[in-house]
Structures are given as structure tokens and as C-alpha cells.
Ligand binder design. Structure first.
Ligand SMILES: Nc1ncnc2c1ncn2[C@@H]1O[C@H](COP(=O)(O)OP(=O)(O)OP(=O)(O)O)[C@@H](O)[C@H]1O
Length: 612
């Protein structure tokens, strides 16, 4: 097990550089069996590539006097039943046999990986179509298909390997599909979408990285299967007699088994050693990958959820409110927004009803309410990233004058991350564990701002310093598991403000952090908001956070806004009974609560100290 190295930076747990992050290839090189396999395969490939120069004779040149000739000066490994040089056929056999297996492998890979990625990532009808096609392929008996194809088009090595590749594609499809469906709903994929990355880029960066290693392993296995089946077909005499392959040599050797038993040895050795090497290599790759994925000692335990509900702190904040932001230009105007999901009876069940609110530049607008009141649905509507099935069924969302409910998907993609940024609730799950923090900050900036990698890195380092990370270089090079939850949230805040957005949506940005870190992150948000003069929509269930940060507040209940206005008057004299109830739950003049009753009763004290 790897032990984290000591660090002067209290929040970073540094994994050793030669730990699990060393490339898979370098780790495999430490395994002698894998090295031997790779050496043999390299020799086979070099032989195949330079066959023309290495072979002493034309592999198809039959010399009658040499039929079944024993090894000699002219034919170092003897001659076969037709008088052809065995060594030359063995060398050219490497070329054709490996190339045939490669055709099958590449065909299977292109179809299987593409299908698995598309079906797994996009789902819906694409998933149904691909799954149907792949199931159909799996239902067909491969050998019958190959025999039927031979009967129709004749004995072609390339065509039979192409067809075999198509039949092998489910092996890649199922692997990639399973991996992609496992990660497509990860929060870091959502976060990448919110930061403005296109689907193609998300697949290339976050999804392919997950399936890359399993694909390499599967390739070694599938390549071996293709070589074995190809040799089997040739051995049965179903191949093209003009193409020298190891399989056709096996067939010839078998015919002359009693007179020249050595003839079968050479192709058998070549096929056997290639298959063994591929299998051993696949096993080593798998072992190394499993070792790398073995559970690591958790750098940090997930912080318990805690809310700023300290009554005195909230009252202090209300008594000394931040000066209200000046009336700025309207950045976001939501009018009569309704959001719905398909209901079992075929209709639409509304979860947000006629919500209207306005957010100006430099203003923080709090959306507060109990769980399920529609805060997140409202926020995600602005990003146009509602969960599957969710639809804006009424109203409009004007962002800087443009109605987002009617904006084309491409425009939304450009706006997310660039003009509208998002800070999520769960910092850790919103960072991809496979990439360094730096690369996750740099990539969206390069795309959204069109700057070079070097400029993006400099900007990222400045931002990390700005959000209060003590050692930006180290955090830039760290992986998400090497930083604490509070730091991860600072990183996400840095990412959110990296493109100078006009609107920032923060969805419970401190809920997953502990109380002291919550306060620091709230301070940071307040500073950044006034520095960048962003319009901010802050989703929270916490009145302490509202009192601390918000200029205006909208109280939501059952998908509707029940009360809205400047924060101070609402806190001082809430009009709606629900707001009064919510505030009453935290702002209390009652004595501190007594000890919990732990024996002989299931009663628990209520927030105001009374026992229920
Ligand atoms: N995918 C979905 N399908 C159907 N209904 C949904 C879906 N997601 C959310 N809802 C419903 O929408 C309503 C509002 O949910 P929303 O997530 O906006 O609440 P919230 O106020 O943000 O709560 P929380 O603080 O717990 O996140 C809830 O009644 C919820 O059941």
C-alpha cells in the first residue's frame, strides 16, 4: 500500500509520484512475462513488416525437386509438400496472418467502440438501435456466416477477416457500453457539460479515458481469437491457397505429418507463441490495471453535512447587513417559468409553477425553500440542463435579453461556462478522478476563451491563488483525491469564474462542507461576486447563507415562489406564513435546548427547544 508523503500544506495528501499514476505501459514493463511477450510480438511484427527483405525465397515458388526436402543450405527449414521454402513461407506467413488478424481486430474495434460510446453516452433511440444490431450479430453463428461468405465471394483472407471483425464487434461494444453507462451520470460529466464542453469533447476527454485501458486489454484477447480462428479456417483448407499464412502451412504439415513431421512444428510454434504472448500480455495489463484501481487509502473522509444555523451568527448578520448592491442592468429575467415531467397518466406533472424573478448585475439572489420545493429545477432550467424527461413547459428565461428557452442547443453550449457558470453542491464528485486538477481547469478555458495551453495554465494558477489555495502549483498538478473537500470546492469556484461569467449559479455550494470551511467559502464567494460584479443565483435551504450573502431572496414552496423581495425586510417582517415558519425554525429567542432524552422515550427536542 502506498503511504502518503508528508507535506507542509495541511490540506494536500500527496500520493507518491511513482504510485498508481505511473503509466500503464511503464508498470507492465516491470513484469518479466509481459516483457518476454512484448519482445516476441515485436520480433513477429518486425518479421512481418520486413518479410520481403528477410525471406530467402518467393514463398509461393514451387520447385518440384525440392518436394518435402529436408533442411539444407538452400532451404534452412526444408521444403513443403509442393517444394516451397518453409522458412520463406513462415516469414511471409507472419505478414499475412498478423495482417489478417489486424483487419478483424480493427473492424471489431471501430464498430464496437463507436457503437458502445454512442449508445452508452447518448442512450435513448441510439442505445435501442445499437443494442438491437449487436444482439442480432450475437445471435448469428459466426462459423456459418464465414462459410456462407466464402461460398458467395470465394476464399479471400481479407474479406473473411473483415466479416469476422464485424462478428467480433459485440466483444468491444459490451465492454465500452458497460463502462460508459457507468460514468455517463457521474457528476463530473455533468460538470464538464456545464463548463461548456461539447458532447464530442466530453466523450474524448472524460469517457474515452475510462474505457481506454480495457480496450487495450480486449484488443490483445480479440487479436488472439482472430488469429486462432483464421488459422483454423486455413487449416481446414478454406483459405486462399495463393496466400502464405501460418494456417495454410499447418494444413500442409498435417497432410505430410507421417513423412515430414517437422513441417507442422514451425507454424504450430509461430501460432502458439503468438497466442500465448497475446494472452500473457492481456493478463499483465489486466493485473496492472486492477492493482491501480485497488481502493486507495482515502485521502480525506467525506465531510459531514453541516449547516450554518448558529442563531446568534445569523442574527448578527441581519443586524449588520451588507450594503445593498446598486441597481444594475438586468442580467437574468425569469417570467412565469413552469417545468414539468411526464406523468404516468400520459400528462405532464409540473414541479415548478409560474416562477418569476429578476437578477441584476452585481446582485445575489437567493432561492430558498425546503427540499423538493423546486429550487434546483429552476436553476437547471436556466442552464437548460434539466434531467431526462424534464421540460420547460411555460414561461421564458431572458439572459441578457436573449430567451434561453428558445436558444439553439449549440448557443447554450457556448454560453455555459463562458457566460453562465455553475458551482455544484458536491465538489469531489464534480471533478474527474482520472485527470489532474490543472488539466480540468485548463481545458474549458482553452475552448471557451480560445487561449493557448500555456496562457490557460498561467490563468489557472492565478485563479487558484485568488481563491485562496496556498500552493497553486502543487494543487494544479494534484489529482482530486489528493485535496480536501474545501479545496476541491475552491477549485470548482476558480473554474466557474475562469471565463468571467455574467451569471453564476451556485447550487448549495457549501452544503457538503464542514462549518468552518463553509464560512471561508461563503467569504470567498462574497469577495469574488463584488470583485467580478457577477449576477448570482444562490440555491440554498439555509437562511444563514441567505442572510450572509443575498441582496434579494425568493422563498419557494411546492414549486412556487411564495414570497420575494430584498433580504432585510423579509427577514425582519416575513409576510407569508411559510416564510414565517421557516424563519421561526432558526431565529428563536428561546433558551438553548436541553439535553436529548435518550432512554425510555423516543421524544426529540424541536428546534426551539420544546420536546415533541
Ligand atoms: N428527474 C425527475 N423526474 C421527476 N420529478 C423530478 C425529477 N427531478 C426532480 N423532480 C421533482 O421536482 C421537484 C423539485 O425538485 P428540486 O430538485 O428542484 O428540489 P429542491 O428544492 O432543489 O430540493 P433539494 O434541496 O432537495 O435539492 C421535486 O418534487 C422532485 O420530486
Amino acid at each position: 500500500m502506498t503511504t502518503p508523503a508528508h507535506t507542509t500544506d495541511p490540506e494536500i495528501v500527496v500520493a507518491p509520484r511513482d504510485g498508481t499514476r505511473v503509466s500503464l505501459f511503464r508498470r507492465v514493463l516491470r513484469n518479466p512475462l509481459a516483457v518476454a511477450s512484448m519482445a516476441f510480438l515485436t520480433i513477429a511484427v518486425i518479421t512481418a513488416v520486413f518479410a520481403q527483405f528477410l525471406a530467402p525465397h518467393d514463398p509461393n515458388n514451387a520447385v518440384i525437386q525440392n518436394v518435402l526436402a529436408p533442411p539444407g543450405a538452400d532451404n534452412p527449414l526444408g521444403a513443403d509438400g509442393a517444394g516451397r521454402d518453409v522458412l520463406s513461407r513462415l516469414i511471409f506467413g507472419a505478414q499475412f496472418s498478423l495482417a489478417g488478424a489486424l483487419v478483424a481486430l480493427l473492424t471489431a474495434m471501430v464498430i464496437g467502440v463507436t457503437g458502445g460510446l454512442l449508445a452508452g453516452y447518448f442512450g435513448k433511440w441510439i442505445d435501442t438501435l445499437w443494442t438491437w444490431v449487436i444482439s442480432l450479430m450475437m445471435a448469428l453463428p459466426t462459423i456459418i456466416v464465414l462459410l456462407a461468405a466464402r461460398a458467395v465471394v470465394g476464399p479471400s483472407l481479407w474479406l473473411s477477416m473483415l466479416i469476422f471483425g464485424v462478428m467480433l464487434s459485440p466483444a468491444f461494444f459490451r465492454l465500452v457500453y458497460a463502462s460508459v453507462t457507468a460514468v455517463r451520470n457521474e457528476l463530473y460529466v455533468d460538470a464538464a457539460r456545464v463548463s461548456g464542453l461539447s458532447d464530442a469533447r466530453i466523450i474524448a476527454i472524460h469517457i474515452l479515458s475510462v474505457v481506454r485501458a480495457p480496450i487495450v486489454i480486449q484488443s490483445a484477447i480479440v487479436g488472439g481469437i482472430a488469429l486462432a480462428v483464421q488459422s483454423g479456417l486455413e487449416f481446414l483448407g478454406l483459405g486462399d491457397i495463393n496466400v502464405p499464412t501460418w494456417g495454410s502451412m499447418l494444413s500442409d504439415g498435417f497432410t505430410n505429418l507421417y513423412t515430414s513431421p517437422m513441417l507442422i512444428l514451425w507454424p504450430a510454434l509461430a501460432i502458439g507463441l503468438t497466442l500465448i504472448s497475446l494472452t500473457l500480455l492481456a493478463n499483465s495489463l489486466r493485473d496492472e490495471l486492477e492493482r491501480a484501481n485497488a481502493p486507495r487509502k482515502q485521502g480525506r473522509k467525506k465531510k459531514a453535512t453541516a449547516a450554518v444555523t448558529d442563531v446568534k451568527a445569523v442574527e448578527d448578520i441581519i443586524r449588520h447587513p451588507e450594503p445593498a448592491a446598486p441597481e444594475g442592468e438586468i442580467v437574468l429575467e425569469i417570467s412565469n417559468l413552469s417545468v414539468g415531467y411526464p406523468a404516468p397518466d400520459g400528462g405532464i406533472k409540473k414541479v415548478v409553477h409560474d416562477v418569476s424573478l429578476t437578477v441584476r448585475r452585481g446582485e445575489v439572489h437567493g432561492l430558498v425553500g425546503e427540499s423538493g420545493s423546486g429550487k434546483t429545477q429552476t436553476a437547471w432550467s436556466v442552464l437548460r440542463l434539466l434531467p431526462e424527461g424534464g421540460k420547460i413547459v411555460g414561461g421564458s428565461i431572458h439572459f441578457q435579453g436573449k430567451d434561453l428557452t428558445k436558444a439553439p442547443a449549440r448557443d447554450m453550449e457556448k454560453m455555459r461556462g463562458r457566460n453562465i457558470a455553475y458551482i455544484p453542491q458536491e465538489p469531489m464528485s464534480n471533478l474527474d478522478p482520472s485527470f489532474t486538477i490543472g488539466s480540468q481547469l485548463v481545458e474549458p478555458m482553452r475552448i471557451q476563451l480560445g487561449i493557448t495551453a500555456k496562457e490557460a495554465k498561467e490563468r489557472a494558477l492565478r485563479l487558484l491563488a485568488r481563491v485562496g489555495i496556498p500552493n497553486p502549483e502543487r494543487t494544479f498538478a494534484a489529482y482530486p483525491h489528493q485535496v480536501s473537500g474545501g479545496m476541491a470546492q475552491r477549485v470548482l469556484i476558480a473554474g466557474a469564474i475562469s471565463c468571467n461569467p455574467d451569471l453564476l449559479i451556485a447550487d448549495e455550494p457549501t452544503t457538503a462542507l464542514d462549518v468552518t470551511v463553509q464560512a471561508e467559502v461563503l467569504d470567498l464567494l462574497r469577495d469574488l461576486q463584488s470583485e467580478f460584479q457577477m449576477a448570482v443565483v444562490l440555491v440554498t435551504h439555509n437562511f444563514g447563507v441567505v442572510a450572509d450573502l443575498c441582496d434579494r431572496v425568493s422563498v419557494m414552496r411546492l414549486g412556487r415562489i411564495v414570497e420575494t423581495g430584498p433580504t432585510e425586510p423579509i427577514f425582519e417582517s416575513p409576510r407569508h406564513p411559510y416564510t414565517q415558519e421557516l424563519l421561526g425554525a432558526i431565529l428563536s429567542d428561546a433558551e438553548p435546548r436541553g439535553p436529548l432524552v435518550t432512554t425510555g422515550s423516543t421524544a426529540v427536542p424541536t428546534p426551539n427547544g420544546a420536546v415533541r
